[in-house]
Design a protein around this ligand. Structure first.
Ligand code: AMP
Length: 429
């Protein structure tokens, strides 16, 4: 098969690494890709927001399957546009991607289908939002509707903090936000518990549980500092055992698929549930309509089976008779970011030592934001490298990943030094 991956981050590198290893893959392209992806695929300078250009490329190169990495093209309807001209695409349609693109849509779907989630109200004006806030008190969570590039959620510990968030969201919106992020706000109950991510592959009707992960969203050690796209992750999530996974499938994933189908927008692709495991059981915090980043980097290390037939079965509605095999061994990834991230950072600094780092046992280094120039690898983004490892324990995977990190010479980069701490603590006890 000729396969085209859309995207340029660590998630897409991990997908490219796994897809390139499939005996079904004849030629692999990635648009736009990065310096690491170029080891697995031919990188193409295509603007993936230009759907006509993507379609043109697929026709020229006889692409058999397009795998969409990020959420923005999904919410912009790239899968609908490709499928409309007979090109197979992995991922949800625009209507189905509302599970990620609109928090209000997802909250209403949960309410109508008894899917456990935080109690909430939607607001289009500030006065009733403030009245509701005062009636509920703090802690409380304020969310802008739509894709907000990670800037749309404020977990407020005090009413004053929540008021500031409402003022910010209703007055001028959120810098960097895309889509419909300004205009509607969801106020929801604060959920107490431990977070985990649950991934299911869906074909519109059937959901096949993949595996679980936990991530670290804060920039600095000790889960301190500003929120980021994710500074590291590990799989499996130690707080989801088999009984909990069964509950998540029954109470959250299955009713979501039934509801989407009944609404005429069956969900295909990866459904990524961000969960809070509370004293009352699992509750949905949010859905994402694609693979996680950096969670995919650990998922692919643990996946024994070929990924390509699974992606095809999702697209073709053939998951009912499908199965995937996983390594029991845990995997962990440490994100190396440019100094300053998630704020302002510089591009173009030189990274050395990647070959030596990649030789550490069990280690695979995925590139999240790099480019090659004059035989050198340069940083070209906020999150730049995902140093990933598999091991017999989380502790071993962690030691291997940090051993590799120590061999990378990049004075302009930084990483957290405690990725996986919670899982390692659990292993000790
Ligand atoms: P979201 O973009 O909806 O995933 O929210 C980002 C982060 O905010 C989540 O990963 C949680 O850490 C936190 N969060 C969101 N909603 C809640 C909630 N209802 N209760 C507690 N924390 C939350």
């Amino acid at each position: 098969m000729n396969i085209l991956i859309l995207g340029s981050g660590g998630r897409e590198h991990a997908l490219a690494w796994k897809i390139a290893a499939s005996p079904l893959t004849q030629k692999l392209y990635c648009a736009p890709g990065n310096a690491g992806i170029a080891r697995e695929a031919e990188c193409i300078a295509l603007d993936i927001a230009d759907h006509a250009a993507v379609i043109g490329f697929c026709r020229e190169q006889a692409i058999d399957l397009v795998v969409v990495g990020p959420e923005a093209p999904l919410c912009a309807g790239i899968v609908d546009d490709l499928e409309a001209v007979g090109i197979k695409a992995f991922g949800p349609s625009k209507d189905a991607a509302r599970l990620e693109g609109s928090k209000g849509f997802t909250k209403d779907l949960c309410r109508e289908n008894n899917i456990p989630t935080a109690a909430y109200e939607r607001f289009r004006a500030i006065a009733p939002a403030k009245a509701y806030l005062h009636a509920r008190g703090a802690p409380i969570v304020i969310k802008a509707d739509g894709l907000a590039a990670g800037k749309g959620v404020v977990v407020a510990q005090t009413v004053a903090e929540a008021e500031d968030a409402l003022d910010m969201m209703f007055g001028g919106g959120i810098p960097g936000a895309v889509g419909e992020a300004v205009g509607e706000v969801v106020i929801e109950e604060f959920l107490d518990g431990e977070e985990a991510s649950f991934f299911a592959l869906c074909d519109g009707e059937t959901a096949l549980p993949l595996t679980t992960a936990q991530d670290h969203k804060r920039a600095y050690d000790g889960d301190k500092g500003p929120n980021t796209g994710g500074m590291g992750a590990y799989s499996p999530a130690p707080n989801i055992d088999e009984a909990m996974a069964t509950r998540i499938m029954r109470e959250i994933i299955a009713p979501t698929l039934r509801a989407m189908k009944a609404m005429g927008c069956p969900y295909k692709g990866v459904l990524y549930a961000g969960l809070m495991i509370t004293a009352d059981g699992p509750k949905l915090i949010e859905y994402n309509a694609r693979f996680g980043d950096p969670e995919t980097q650990v998922l692919v290390l643990r996946l024994k089976s070929d990924l390509v037939p699974a992606l095809l079965a999702s697209r073709d509605g053939m998951l009912r008779a499908f199965d995937l095999r996983w390594y029991d061994a845990p995997a962990l990834t440490v994100v190396m970011a440019a100094k300053g991230y998630p704020g302002a950072y510089i591009r173009g600094s030189v990274i050395e030592g990647l070959d030596a780092a990649g030789k550490v046992e069990g280690v695979e280094i995925f590139h999240a934001g790099t480019k090659a120039e004059g035989g050198k690898i340069l940083a070209n983004g906020g999150r730049v490298l995902d140093v990933s490892a598999i091991g017999t324990t989380v502790r071993e995977a962690q030691a291997r990943a940090y051993d590799a990190v120590s061999r990378i010479h990049w004075p302009d980069g930084f990483c957290r030094h405690d990725i996986g701490w919670r899982a390692v603590e659990r292993e000790k006890t």
